[in-house]
Each structure stands twice: as C-alpha cells, then as structure tokens.
Design a protein around this ligand. Structure first.
Ligand code: ZN
Length: 349
C-alpha cells in the first residue's frame, strides 16, 4: 500500500451502487420518492444489475447479505445531512458540523465535535454497507435509509450481533423489508402525529447460521462432553441437512423454508432453546453400512475418530484381526469398537 493517505481510508471493497427503499424522486415535483415494499437496486454496473435481477427478480422483499466490516460503526454510518439541488450543503452529528459547503463551492471539513454549530435544515440518514453474495464479486452496495425507526433498529441489531460474536464479519444475514405501524408528524396539522404504515428494514442472521450457533452454544454448555455432538431435534437436523447439504427433509418435518420459529437470538429471552429432546443425531444403521467409507464417516461423526483416515486404518485392522463373516458382522464389530472409544461400552476381547 504505497499511497498511505489514499489507501488508508478506503473500504474493503469498492461500492458499486445503492439498494434503495423508495421509488425514484418524482420528476415533476420535490420531495422523496414513494416508499416501496421491496428493494430497488440502483447501479451503473450492468453485470451487477443483471446478476441481481437474475437471482432476485424486480421486487425482492429480502436480500442475502454479508457485512464488509467487523464493527457496527464501520458497517453503518449515520449523519444529519442537508441536501439541496443534488448537492450536500452540510453534514453534522446533530450538534457540530463536520462537512460544510463554503462560498467558494468547496467543502470545509472539521473533526467530529469541533466544527461550528449545526445551522439547521438537516435530516437523518443511515448508510449500511453490504455485500450481496449472489453478485459473486467482492463489491459493496449501500443501503440508505432516512427513517429514524430504521436507524435506531439497525444500530441496536448490529450492536447485538457484534456483542454476540465480537465481529460482524462472516455472518450471513437476511435484510428484509417489513411492514410496521409508525407514528409520524401530521403534515396537515402541525404538532399532531398520525400513525402510518411504513416498510422498514429488518436485519436477521440466516437460519442455518443460527442453527449452527445454537449447536455451538449447547456444546459449550456441556464441558464434560466437549467432543460429542450436542443433542439435536429432528427439526434441527432437517434444517442443517437442507441448508448445508441440500438434503430435503424426508420425514414430514418442515425445513428452513417453513419459518416456523423466530430464530433471532436477540428476540430470544432465554438462551436455552425450548423443547430440545435428546436424540442420537448419528444413529448407526440397522444392518450393514452402505460402504466402508460410510462406516468411517459415521465413526468421525460420533467423535470416535478425529478424521476418516484414522477411522480407515482402525477399520482395516479390526477386519484383519476379527475376520467377520459378513458386512453385518463387520458393522456390529465397528459400532462396538467406536462406542468403546467414546466410552459408552467396553470392547469385548
Ligand atoms: Zn445539521
């Protein structure tokens, strides 16, 4: 990075467009465009526009995102700003100006909290930097909102997830438009407020990630059995199989598409998920394993071996020593050996 003063302030990825909440500003009048119930991508990048449309269509109410920075302050910037005729007149923190258009048509900049007092006329704006994985490029988009409700809610949500993990990087989120009743000033009767329906932003981690976090939290709560899989419900397993491995549920349980539970950890008043029934997540087959490799994989899953190579070596040795009559007999020997290794049974001589 030879040009320090240029590169030091640059973000992780170039920003190529905006995901807007509203329609374009009407050409005949002033004021913002109509509030939309979906996201509208605005970009000059034709490839990005096409990739986005191919995946999401024209009116996506939710978008998969990653956040390109670790901390809420980097990911979500909020300012008070006054724009006139497409140009920024001033930006402030609500009290002191940080950027202000001067008489020469250039901008004066001031350190935070040290500029002149706000001259008024500004409104809040929040800008969330996001990476949309379906674009398959390391480029960022900005989600802009002028809603006080969005700014407060996003700030709280980002701080919550940051506190949970220590970093926002790598968490797959879903950003949604959700309908909410909000109270706003009545333009026809100053001093009064009216309730209106608005399409606000909601950020939540992807369900498959939440399921993994819950497993990790449960495992962490079982110090005596650190290497054993935590008990999972059938529905957890279906969800994980479907989300991670593309295996559809085969037993009538709903998968992740059902949205039957609210998996937002911030809404969860109790860290312990309800109704977790202990089940054996990796039962051995009734008869023979479908292949030796399936037997090794199962052994790794139940934590009898740390990797398939070790399992394979032990499997070969066991077969050589005991000389089982058939695959079913080999299966019984193998299951017993693995159970002995994880301490649930004694291996008979
Ligand atoms: Zn201001």
């Amino acid at each position: 990075m030879p040009i320090k003063h240029l590169t030091a302030k640059m973000g992780a990825f170039p920003t190529i467009g905006k995901l807007r909440k509203g329609a374009a500003r009407p050409t005949n009048g002033t004021g913002p465009g109509r509030d939309l119930e979906y996201f509208r991508l605005v970009t000059d990048d034709e490839h990005a526009a096409t990739a986005f449309r191919d995946h999401y269509g024209d009116r996506p109410a939710s978008v998969n995102i990653f956040l390109p920075f670790a901390t809420p302050d980097h990911v979500f910037t909020t300012w008070m700003e006054d724009w006139k005729a497409g140009g920024l007149v001033h930006r402030c923190d609500g009290e002191n100006v940080v950027v202000q258009l001067n008489q020469r048509g250039t901008y004066d900049r001031h350190p935070l909290g040290e500029g002149p007092p706000c001259p008024g006329g500004c409104t809040q704006v929040g800008r969330l930097a996001v990476v949309v994985p379906e674009l398959q490029r390391l480029v960022a988009l900005t989600v802009e909102t002028h809603s006080k409700h969005d700014i407060i809610a996003l700030t709280e949500q980002l701080r919550g997830y940051h506190a949970l993990r220590g970093s926002l990087l790598g968490i797959p989120f879903i950003l949604r438009r959700v309908q909410r009743q909000v109270s706003t000033p009545d333009p026809k009767a100053p001093g009064r407020r009216v309730r209106r329906v608005k399409w606000l932003l909601q950020l939540e981690p992807a369900p498959h990630w939440v399921a993994q976090q819950m497993i990790a939290m449960q495992a962490a709560a079982l110090p005596a059995l650190p290497s054993l899989p935590a008990p999972l419900t059938d529905r957890d397993l279906d969800r994980i199989n479907e989300d991670l491995f593309g295996i559809p549920p085969d037993n009538g349980h709903t998968g992740s598409a059902g949205g039957a539970y609210d998996l937002n950890p911030l809404n969860e008043p109790d860290a312990e998920p309800e109704e977790i029934e202990p089940v054996d997540p990796f039962p051995a087959p009734e008869g023979a394993f479908s292949s030796p490799a399936a037997a090794w994989d199962w052994a790794v899953n139940v934590a009898a071996f740390v990797n398939p190579e070790e399992a394979k070596a032990a499997y070969s040795e066991l077969r050589f020593q005991r000389k089982p009559a058939d695959a079913a007999a080999m299966r019984d020997l193998w299951v017993t050996l693995c159970q002995a290794r994880i301490g649930t049974v004694e291996m008979p001589a």
